[in-house]
Design a protein around this ligand. Structure first.
Ligand code: SF4
Ligand code: MG
Length: 320
């Protein structure tokens, strides 16, 4: 199967002062296949959101390539990119911040139509807005209200309806449930899954919480300080984590199956993610890794396929 999105050596750096460069995303490569959910996890500050935004060209990349439908989108003309824009959407963590408080729900959802000049006829447009509201479990009575009149879960539905307006193919979901009550999270996840089946959507699902991502994602990539540390099918990653960072993230969540719990080493992740400014050569995880050896400080481990369809970047795979 051909990938829908191919990311190759993608970098996004920010200059943050005299000679200081924040390497938010620092050379990641992976593929996303049509119809799948690709989970991207890691603690906050690891570059996940920046990666998502750079992949859909909301940010200009510093280096690397992103292929969509076989074309490098960084080489598209403005006109070609405008067309591709319709295929990409984003759903945000805080739906309140991303919805204009002075606009009615109808205007919020219809805005993409206005921007792309899609409906000339107001009645037709209204009909489409109501269809979209119904798709996410709302209805025409909600159309003339304002965002503050809705609960967090409803606002996220409005954000999803808006994201669907232009029939996208690929949606970056940036922690879309992290700000919601646990009781509401499953509802929003179910809506996203439903829509995926009905509309053939492909998702990149960003999260810091590994427990949720497991159920949502087909494959999961683990990011740390701008680098990809491990990538595998969701079950494989959870049952057979190879990278010390993944093991540490996993040992932070309780597991219902005692057998897996027994086989899993407890690794406590101490301290915070170090600063991603002017990082040194070597493994980015070295200061927090209990398996580190001298080589880890000198040589950056290569991200490679260590088992079939299971990728990791660590010098000590197979020893630990
Ligand atoms: Fe730990 Fe070294 Fe592997 Fe990095 S390369 S995760 S420091 S053992
Ligand atoms: Mg983020």
């Amino acid at each position: 199967q051909e990938p829908l999105i191919s990311v190759r050596n993608l970098k996004k750096h920010f200059e943050v002062g005299k000679g200081a460069v924040l390497t938010a995303v620092d050379g990641i490569s992976f593929d996303i296949y049509p119809g799948e959910t690709f989970g991207l996890v890691g603690e906050s500050g690891c570059g996940k959101s920046t990666a998502g935004r750079t992949i859909i060209r909301l940010y200009d990349a510093t280096d690397g390539e992103v292929h969509f439908n076989g074309k490098n989108i960084f080489e598209l003309s403005r006109h070609e990119m405008n067309e591709v824009r319709k295929d990409f959407q984003m759903i945000f963590q805080d739906p309140y911040a991303s919805l204009n408080p002075r606009m009615t729900v109808e205007d919020i959802i219809a805005e993409p139509f206005q921007i792309h000049g899609i409906y000339k006829n107001k009645k037709e447009m209204r009909q489409k807005v109501i269809e979209l509201l119904e798709t996410v479990g709302l209805n025409d009575e909600h159309a003339m209200r304002f965002p503050h009149e809705f609960s967090g879960g409803q606002r996220q539905r409005i954000g999803i309806a808006r994201a669907l307006a232009l029939n996208p193919k690929f949606i970056v979901c940036d922690e879309p449930i992290s700000a919601l009550d646990v009781s509401i999270q499953a509802q929003v996840v179910n809506i996203l899954k439903d829509l995926q089946d009905k509309m053939g959507l492909t998702y990149m699902f960003i999260a810091h919480d590994l427990s949720m991502v497991r159920y949502i994602s087909d494959r999961v990539g683990v990011m740390y300080l701008g680098h990809m540390m491990e990538l595998a099918a969701s079950e494989e990653l959870y049952d057979n984590p190879l990278h010390p960072y993944t093991k540490a993230l996993l040992s932070a969540i309780p597991i219902p199956e005692p057998e897996i719990q027994r086989n899993r080493q407890r690794i406590i992740l101490e301290g915070d993610v170090p600063s991603p400014i002017n990082p040194k050569e070597g493994c980015r995880f070295v200061d927090r890794c209990s398996y580190a050896i001298d080589k880890c400080r000198q040589v950056t481990p290569e991200f490679r396929e260590v088992q079939e369809n299971h990728f990791a970047a660590c010098h000590r795979i197979g020893e630990i």
